[in-house]
Each structure stands twice: as C-alpha cells, then as structure tokens.
Write a protein that binds this ligand. Structure first.
Ligand code: NAD
Ligand code: UGA
Length: 465
C-alpha cells in the first residue's frame, strides 16, 4: 500500500476548498496543494483577511488559518502540483449541459475530461486519481481511458506514469460543511485496486471510525451519490406537495411533518417545507439520473425522478401567485422586501436559489424589490437577476440591512432560513412599512403571534386557514 505524502486537488470550489482544508487539518504529515484555473479564486483563498475567503462556511476560516502555509497551499501551478502528487482529487464543476446532445439533462464533463488529460500529461510514477466531483455512473471508465491513452507524451519523457482510479463522492452540505467533513455519516470509497483503496481509507482513518467507511465497486459508488441526492430532494418535493394541500384543507404542514417524522421509518430530517430546494446539485444530479435512465433504455424510471424536479419548479412558481392574490391582484409599483437570497442559511451560494426565480416572477409583475441577504454580495445578486430581467417592468435594489429593506414596503417575503430573521422586533418594523402590511414566510421562521400582535397580515407556507 502506498503511503500518501503529497495530494493535489484540482478545483478550489465549495467542495475542493473545505474538503482539503479538513484533510490538511487532520493529517499534518500530508502536503496538500489545491489548484484552480481561476486565479481570482486562488488569490481569495490566499487572502490574509480570512473574511475574504471565496466561500462563506461557518468554522472554515479557523481551519484555513491553522493549516494554510503549513501543509495546505492554494495555487494556480497545476502542472507541478500534479507532478509532485501521489494522489490527485478531481473536484471540478459538473453542471448540466446547456447545448448539444443531452442539453438540459446530462452533466457537462468537459472540466473533468480536461483535468484527467492534465493528470495524464503531468503525473510521475504511480498516481491514484480520485473522483470527488459528482459524476454519472461509469465515468471512471472514461477517466481510465483518458489517462491510459493520453499518457504517451509523459512516457516519452521517461516519467512512466501508472494510474488507479477511485470514486470518493462528497456528501457535505453547504452551511454545515465543516461538521459534515469532520463527522461524516459515512465515507464512500469505490474502486477495484485494493492497494489504492487502502491508501485512501488510511487518510480518512485519521479521524473517521472504520465502521463509517463503506467500500463498494466503482459503479455503486458513483451511482450512490446521485441516488442520495435524488432521495433527499424527493423528500423535499414530497413535503412541499403536502404543504400546498395543507393550505387548502386547514391542515398545518408543520404538524403533519412532525407527525409523520415521529415514525422512525420515515425520520425527521429533510421534512421542512419551503420555497423549493435550491443549490448547485439536487436539480443537476436528478436531471443527470433522468438522462442516464433514458440512455440505458429505462425511461419509466427517469419519468419517476423527473417529477421531483417538476414539483420543485411548481413550488417556486406558486409563491409569486400567492403574493399577487393577497395584494389585491397586483404588485405593480408596490415595494416588496426580499429577506434572504442564498439557497439556504449559512452560505453565500446562490446557485439555483429559489429566491432568484421568485424575484424574477415579481419583477415580471412590475414590483419594486429591495433585497437583503446577510452574506450574498450585491454583485452576485446583480448577476443572478440582471441576465433574465432585462425586459421586466419591475425594479430592484440591494439593502444593507433589514430596516432599509422594509422601508415603505407593502410586503415582506422571507425566502432563506437565516437565524437573524427569527426574532425580529415586529412592533418596530411594522412602523416602517405601508399598510395593509403583509409578511409571506416561506420558511416558517417568524413568530406568528408577534406578527399578528403588530397588526401585520401573515401568510405562512403550508398553513391552512
Ligand atoms: P465549484 O464551481 O464551486 O468549484 C469547481 C472549481 O473547479 C472552480 O473553481 C473551477 O474554476 C475549477 N476548475 C474547473 N476546471 C478546472 C481545471 N481543468 N483545472 C483546475 N480547476 C478547474 O463547484 P463545487 O460546488 O465545488 O462542486 C464540485 C463538484 O462537487 C461537482 O461535481 C458537485 O456536483 C460536487 N459536489 C458539490 C457539493 C456542494 O455542496 N457544492 C457537495 C457535494 C458534491
Ligand atoms: C445537498 C446534500 O444535502 C448533500 O449531502 C450533498 O453533498 C450536496 O447536496 C451536493 O451534492 O451538492 P446542499 O445542497 O448544500 O447539500 O444543502 P441541503 O441542506 O441539502 O439543502 C438543499 C436545499 O433544500 C436548500 O434550498 C434547502 O433550503 C432545501 N431544504 C432542505 C428544504 O427545503 N427542506 C429541508 O428539509 C431540507
């Protein structure tokens, strides 16, 4: 079994950055280089001001401060970092294809392929290549072929590289990444080369109990990652579908969720209704699953999973309709405050955030939005909204705090479950708003009694009347 002294991680994003920081923290004997083609991202990771790291993740700044420069390095020198490494993690983006065959469903593997080619060209000796990105089942085969056929130049230079490919999908969730990495429910390692598997398992054993490390074949590992995300997303679409039924029947989705979650076969996690799931992965991974089902000739299975995404789209779209209905059928020219723009609390990530679609729908109706989020930068909001709202009659601005967002507002929408939205002084805030005043709480974070006592109308997602 090869003892790993040098790791290179290709991709310094939401997965590569935190994952390597935690490995560096737990394994001070391993030198880790995290590399990226994006120089701005690398320079942000190297920023002496830890509040300027490219991603916001609670607890990450402390880990980076004790490992960076010791055994953790962020760099754009991809070639040398690969050459030095015994093990290379591929942790690059795998978004949904936007054009060509499989557009709108299949994962775009161009960054994975480029990484594999670069590894083949730069590696020396025996290198273990670890798929950390979420990939379609059987991608390891493609990576192996690329590594074996591209290494010719390298052979000529006498570097004589050989490779083992492992699958080690990541299950961290944003906002809780540090805890998820330090105390994972399980670590999954798929592969055929038992020596390579043991080398990777030995790294995790520095902090993860053996019984939490699951070994499978390559294809089970790749497919388990897609399946885990599909199951989690399915639970959210399930409870969101019931939230709509609660609203028209007088049931309360919080009570239903509590009642069904008490059955330990169902369990309590992932039963919180909301404005629809966001994030870079649930939708893309389910669409990828749907594509694979079509490719392998089982469209019936694909259709089943497609419905999870359809329900999610519907849930996002229905929020604007409810706002319109409550505000006398029009929001044209009305001031609406949006609290929360990230796709969930404790992250600055807005990828696929339901707040984007809901804001666009309201702008299309001519609303004047004032958007506040504790961690998302104004430029990010601008990029998310501007591209799709060019011809909308509405207007939008970014507010610096909650009071500014609420000034003169007819209504307020809570779209992200940030802690700071939970205990607001509604008696004071109501004085800033126009009457009749509405609060639309899609995350069940506000205290309904406080709101009603302040003379504000409340609509809460999944609460029947
Ligand atoms: P990301 O977009 O934040 O980061 C990917 C990085 O890879 C980018 O900085 C990009 O510049 C870099 N990159 C792309 N091609 C490169 C190349 N050839 N050489 C060097 N760098 C390159 O993406 P992410 O959120 O970190 O996701 C990465 C993968 O992990 C995806 O497959 C995703 O599905 C999976 N995943 C993500 C999460 C999550 O919470 N975000 C969780 C589990 C798994
Ligand atoms: C998710 C999975 O939880 C991770 O295990 C996985 O590694 C990751 O995707 C990935 O592959 O990228 P993440 O998207 O970061 O993690 O965050 P989640 O906590 O899963 O939340 C996703 C979305 O679902 C958010 O918009 C969240 O608000 C929503 N959600 C979550 C609900 O609406 N209700 C819930 O009960 C839980």
């Amino acid at each position: 079994m090869k003892n790993i002294c040098h790791i290179c991680c290709i991709g310094a994003g939401y997965v590569g950055g935190p994952t390597m920081s935690v490995i560096a923290d737990k394994c001070p004997d391993i030198q880790i280089k995290v590399v990226d083609i994006n120089p701005e991202r690398i320079s942000a990771w190297n920023s002496s001001d830890l509040s300027k790291l490219p991603i916001y993740e609670p607890g990450l700044d402390q880990i980076v401060s004790r490992t960076r420069g010791r055994n953790l390095f962020f760099s754009t020198d991809i070639e040398n970092s690969i050459s030095e490494a015994d093990m290379v993690f591929i942790s690059v983006n795998t978004p949904t294809k936007t054009s060509g065959l499989g557009a709108g469903q299949a994962s775009d593997l161009r960054w994975v392929e480029a990484s594999a080619r670069q590894v083949a060209q730069c590696a020396k000796g025996h290198t273990i290549v670890v798929e950390k990105s979420t990939l379609p089942v059987r991608t390891a085969q493609t990576i192996k072929e690329i590594l074996d056929t591209t290494k010719q130049n390298n052979l000529v230079q006498g570097k004589n590289p050989t490779f083992s490919v492992l699958s080690n999908p990541e299950f961290l969730a944003e906002g809780t990444a540090v805890n998820d990495l330090e105390r994972p429910d399980r670590v999954l390692v798929g592969g055929e080369d038992t020596d390579a598997i043991e080398s990777l398992v030995n790294i995790y054993l520095k902090w993860v109990p053996l019984e939490r490390i699951i070994k499978t074949n390559l294809w089970s590992s790749e497919l388990s990652k897609l399946t885990a995300n599909a199951f989690l997303a399915q639970r959210i679409s399930s409870i969101n579908s019931i939230s709509a039924l609660c609203e028209v029947t007088g049931a309360d989705v919080a009570e239903v969720s509590n009642a069904i979650g008490a059955d330990k076969r169902i369990g309590r996690e992932f039963l919180a209704p909301g404005p629809g799931f966001g994030g870079s992965c649930f939708k893309k991974d389910i669409l990828n699953l749907v594509y694979l089902c079509g490719y392998f000739g089982i469209p019936e299975v694909g259709n089943y999973w497609q419905q999870v995404v359809e329900l999610n789209n519907w849930q996002q779209k229905r929020i604007c309709k409810i706002v319109l209905q409550k505000l006398f059928g029009t929001v044209n020219g009305k001031h609406i405050a949006i609290l929360g723009f990230s796709f969930k609390a404790n992250t600055n990530d807005t990828r696929e955030s339901p707040a984007i679609q809901i804001s666009l729908d309201l702008l299309e109706e001519g609303a004047k939005l004032s958007i506040y989020d504790p961690k998302v930068k104004p430029q990010r909001i601008q990029e998310d909204i501007d591209e799709y709202s060019k011809n909308s009659p509405g207007q939008w601005t970014v507010a610096n705090d909650i009071s500014e967002a609420l000034k003169g507002a007819d209504a307020l929408l809570i779209l992200t479950d940030w802690d700071e939205f939970k205990n607001l002084d509604w008696n004071y805030l109501s004085t800033l708003m126009r009457t009749p005043t509405w609060v639309f709480d899609t995350r069940s974070v506000v205290n309904s009694i406080d709101i009603k006592n302040a003379g504000i109308n409340l609509w809460r997602l999944g609460e029947g009347v």
